[in-house]
Design a protein around this ligand. Structure first.
Ligand SMILES: NC(=O)c1ccc[n+]([C@@H]2O[C@H](COP(=O)([O-])OP(=O)(O)OC[C@H]3O[C@@H](n4cnc5c(N)ncnc54)[C@H](OP(=O)(O)O)[C@@H]3O)[C@@H](O)[C@H]2O)c1
Length: 305
């Protein structure tokens, strides 16, 4: 067992925004983390091995050579529009890769980072007992991956709400909402911000800490991780502007139907009946938006400039 300070070794499949943060957290707590993806991570110092998780033989080979105690599945494709354009491939990459890794893992512990997109976004409340109803190809692909992982002998599915933190401006993928807003507002550029699209954002460092802790045995098989605040994108953007000392007028409030969020559901929110009890056993705390924004703006790493 690894995660928070138990000194084992974790194979993290996916070395993107979330995967790298999980590797950093495990390393900080004295564990060993090895990232795996098709291309090397864009930053960080964690060990990395090449892996296409769609290839079953490669999964078996990497698990054999890394010899992890446990595995975190946090691979893409994470682009909702890409998945919508090629739903078959999205399902193959999420569920197929999950099946390959479940087979390769044997009886090792597995954790899949999943998403609020397994719900249709019509409700502000989505607990672990809420029936799933994905409204897009990404959500359907992730739900299929969840079902595969839940067949494994020792697994947890951790559904995570919108994750935020610093990402460099030149990052190839679409930046998370916090980073996109902060970069634009710093440059004095306007930000389109829907008043009618709600999220429960969660700081990437908190996602990493909870993921590492959830590698411990006894963690529920299904756990929701959303931030404690349900906030509209418009209010969130204004909080970022306030933190930066940028004029609030740069935040252009409007309906989501008007812009790039038109295809997004009204709610990308997760609530939980289990998270409180789980966190109490770990000593961890999930920060709200005001504290999260303050923490990020105070840190403002060079990489994000
Ligand atoms: N970010 C969020 O807000 C959020 C919220 C909830 C859940 N999640 C879940 O967390 C996961 C990661 O999100 P993220 O934001 O970290 O995405 P990301 O930055 O796009 O990273 C995805 C990683 O997966 C790797 N990958 C893609 N296909 C692969 C394959 N066939 N084999 C091995 N690695 C592969 C990518 O590298 P290569 O392309 O080089 O292989 C990349 O390192 C996604 O599955 C997403 O569902 C994210």
């Amino acid at each position: 067992m690894t995660g928070d300070g138990h000194g084992g070794r974790t194979l993290i499949v996916g070395s993107g925004f979330v995967g790298r943060a999980v590797a950093d957290r495990i390393a900080e707590r004295g564990g060993g983390a090895v990232l795996a993806s098709r291309r090397p991570p864009s930053s960080g110092t964690a060990d990395w091995v090449p892996l296409d998780a769609a290839d079953p033989a490669a999964c078996a080979r990497v698990v054999r050579s890394v010899a992890p105690d446990d595995l975190v599945l946090v691979h893409g494709p994470s682009d909702v529009s890409w998945c919508e354009a090629d739903p078959e491939r999205a399902a193959e990459l999420h569920a197929g890769a999950a099946a390959n890794l479940v087979a390769a893992a044997g009886d090792r512990r597995l954790l899949l980072v999943s998403t609020d997109n397994v719900f249709d976004g019509s409700s502000p409340e989505n607990h672990e007992a809420t029936p799933t109803a994905p409204a897009n190809a990404y959500g359907r692909a992730k739900l299929r991956a969840e079902r595969v992982v839940r067949e494994a002998p020792d697994a947890t599915v951790l559904r995570v709400s919108l994750v935020y933190g610093w990402e460099p401006e030149g990052a190839a993928k679409w930046l998370n909402y916090f980073a996109a807003c902060a970069h634009r507002l710093r440059a004095g550029e306007p930000v389109a911000a829907p008043e009618d699209q709600w999220t429960t954002p969660v700081l990437v460092a908190d996602v990493a800490a909870v993921t590492a802790a959830a590698l411990a045995p006894g963690t529920p098989e299904l756990l929701h991780l959303g931030g404690p605040d349900r906030i509209s994108r418009a209010d969130w953007a204004e909080a970022i502007a306030d933190g930066l000392g940028a004029p609030r007028e740069l935040v252009v409030r409007g309906p989501r139907a008007a812009g790039r969020y038109a295809s997004r559901p009204a709610n990308t929110c997760l609530t939980s009946n289990r998270l409180g009890a789980f966190l109490a056993g770990t000593g961890l705390r999930v920060r709200g938006v005001a504290e999260g924004v303050r923490t990020l703006l105070a840190a403002a790493p060079e990489a994000a400039r």
